[in-house]
Structure formats: structure tokens, C-alpha cells
Write a protein that binds this ligand. Structure first.
Ligand code: ZN
Length: 287
């Protein structure tokens, strides 16, 4: 279902009535809308679909689908031809859409990583003319806008957060490209975010990160843990991670040794005297 249909009409209309004004995310109308959006989006980022762990800045951000202003970096060398170009590479040059600042259909919740990657990316389908009113249908965007699009129609998220455009969807390609969902280092960083912020304790976060097949560095794990559990210090955390990693490697060695022992005994002993190593123990370490 499109998210606008899931939000209380009164909340939507109160936001719309703010009209054209400077952006202020602390306004009661914005706060009320943001809370409803989070529920309507099932606490998932509008773009990468990863869980939003907390209703706090840095975990969730209100993204203006059509950017409310030029990016400061591009404003210095503003080029109107680029701002009117429909080429993907030019789309961070934008004239900005201050007039759509408080349009409910122009706001979605995104994770910090998607929002900062996207920046002032302008996903209006045809940028050669500035629209007078806010676009009203999916085709008006070269981008996925949850208010007009069902994301899974365009972007498939495979297990392990691998992103694939459905039938070569250009909307999906735009999101994948602009949010960095095709960069392995970026995806690795997001995986570590998820481990640290979805586990209830520091110890379980640390162990899951150490055992993870992504092979995060001790330093990266320590930095991320420090971000969540401030006040311990990266150095202390890094030495704790190193200790956990030593222990993990001992467990792997122990597992391999037990399998080796079981096999040697199986080969040497008569059938009636086999199984000095319980079968389930062997199975545990065999995987
Ligand atoms: Zn995201």
C-alpha cells in the first residue's frame, strides 16, 4: 500500500498548511508527520529498506525527495544547463524546490547513510521545466517516491541486502547509484551498523561482529561500538575486540582439532569401539 494512505489525513493536512517557508524540523506539524511516517514505513529506510533502529536524528532523517535547496558545494559553481539536464551524472546540480519544503508527498524517512549519499540528488523525471505544482504521479519521478511507488515493484532486496533492479528498472538504478548501494565497502559499513545497533548488548554486538563472514577490522568494530556506547574509548574497545577475536580463533582451532581426532579414531578403532566423540559435537564444528 502507498504510505500516504496509511497516515492520518489531519496530520497530513496540517503539514501541508505550513505552505512555503524555511525548513524547521522542530515544528509540531513536522514532528507529528514524521512519527506517522515512521510507522507507515514500518520503520524501514525509504531507499535501502534497512531497519531504522531509533526515532532520533542520525538514525532516521526526513528526506526531501525533491531537494529543498541546491547543495552548498554545487552552488559555488552553479550551472543552469546541468540543473536542467536529465543525465544521472548531472542530477546533483539542482535549482532546488523550496516551494515543496512542506509538501507531505515530498517527505520520506531515510537512514542517515542513504540521506547523506543522496544529498541534493534531484529525481524529477523531466528537469527541463520546473513544475508549477508538486508532481502527482510515479512517472513524474526518475526516482522511487514511496508516496507514488511500491518500492518492491522496482527494487528487489535479496538476502544479505543485495540490491537488484526489477526488470532493469531505471528508478531502482537511480536509487542504487545515488545511495551507494552498489559499493561493497558501503554495504559492509551498513552491515556493521546493523549488527551493532540491532543487538541489545555490547558483548553480543562484539561477538557477532567478530564472527561475521564480512571480516570487519577490529578498529572498525571498535569505532562503531564507541558510537553506540560512548565513554569507553576506541582504544579500550579495540583491545577488547582483539581479545574476543583471539578467543574466536581458539574456538575454531578447537573445532578443527575435535573433527581431526574423531576422524583419526574412526579410522583406527573397530566399529564396536567407535564414537568416543559424540556425533552431535562433531556436527556442531563441521559447519
Ligand atoms: Zn537507507
Amino acid at each position: 500500500m502507498l504510505i500516504t494512505k496509511l497516515i492520518d489525513e489531519g496530520v497530513v493536512e496540517r503539514l501541508r498548511k505550513l505552505g512555503i517557508a524555511d525548513w524547521d524540523s522542530s515544528k509540531a506539524e513536522v514532528t507529528a508527520y514524521r512519527e506517522k511516517l515512521l510507522d507507515a514505513q514500518s520503520w524501514q529506510c525509504a531507499y535501502c529498506r534497512r531497519p531504522i533502529h531509533r526515532d532520533e536524528l542520525g538514525f532516521r532523517e526526513l528526506d526531501h525527495v525533491l531537494p529543498k535547496s541546491q547543495s552548498p558545494a554545487k552552488a559555488k559553481n552553479f550551472d543552469l544547463n546541468k540543473a536542467r539536464s536529465n543525465l544521472r551524472k548531472d542530477r546533483r546540480h539542482t535549482q532546488g524546490f523550496a516551494e515543496f519544503t512542506y509538501i507531505p508527498e515530498n517527505l520520506v524517512i531515510a537512514c542517515k547513510r542513504c540521506n547523506s549519499h543522496k544529498g541534493a540528488y534531484d529525481g524529477l523525471a523531466d528537469r527541463t521545466l520546473k513544475p508549477v505544482a508538486y508532481p502527482s504521479k510515479s512517472d513524474d519521478f526518475e526516482w522511487i517516491n514511496l508516496h507514488f511507488d511500491i518500492p518492491s515493484d522496482y527494487l528487489e532486496v535479496l538476502p544479505g541486502f543485495i540490491y537488484t533492479p526489477v526488470a532493469g528498472s531505471e528508478k531502482a538504478k537511480a536509487v542504487i547509484h545515488a545511495c551507494g548501494l552498489d559499493k561493497s565497502e558501503e554495504l559492509k559499513a551498513r552491515a556493521l551498523d546493523q549488527i551493532v545497533f540491532s543487538n541489545a548488548s555490547l558483548a553480543t554486538s562484539m561477538l557477532e561482529a567478530v564472527f561475521n563472514r564480512e571480516k570487519f577490522s577490529d578498529h572498525d568494530i571498535a569505532v562503531k561500538l564507541d558510537e553506540k556506547y560512548g565513554g569507553i574509548g576506541v582504544d579500550t574497545l579495540e583491545s577488547c575486540v582483539a581479545t574476543a577475536r583471539d578467543a574466536a580463533s581458539c574456538m575454531e582451532k578447537l573445532g578443527a582439532a575435535l573433527i581431526d581426532i574423531a576422524e583419526r579414531i574412526s579410522r583406527a578403532a573397530p566399529v564396536s569401539r567407535q564414537a568416543p566423540i559424540p556425533g552431535e559435537l562433531r556436527a556442531t564444528f563441521a559447519t
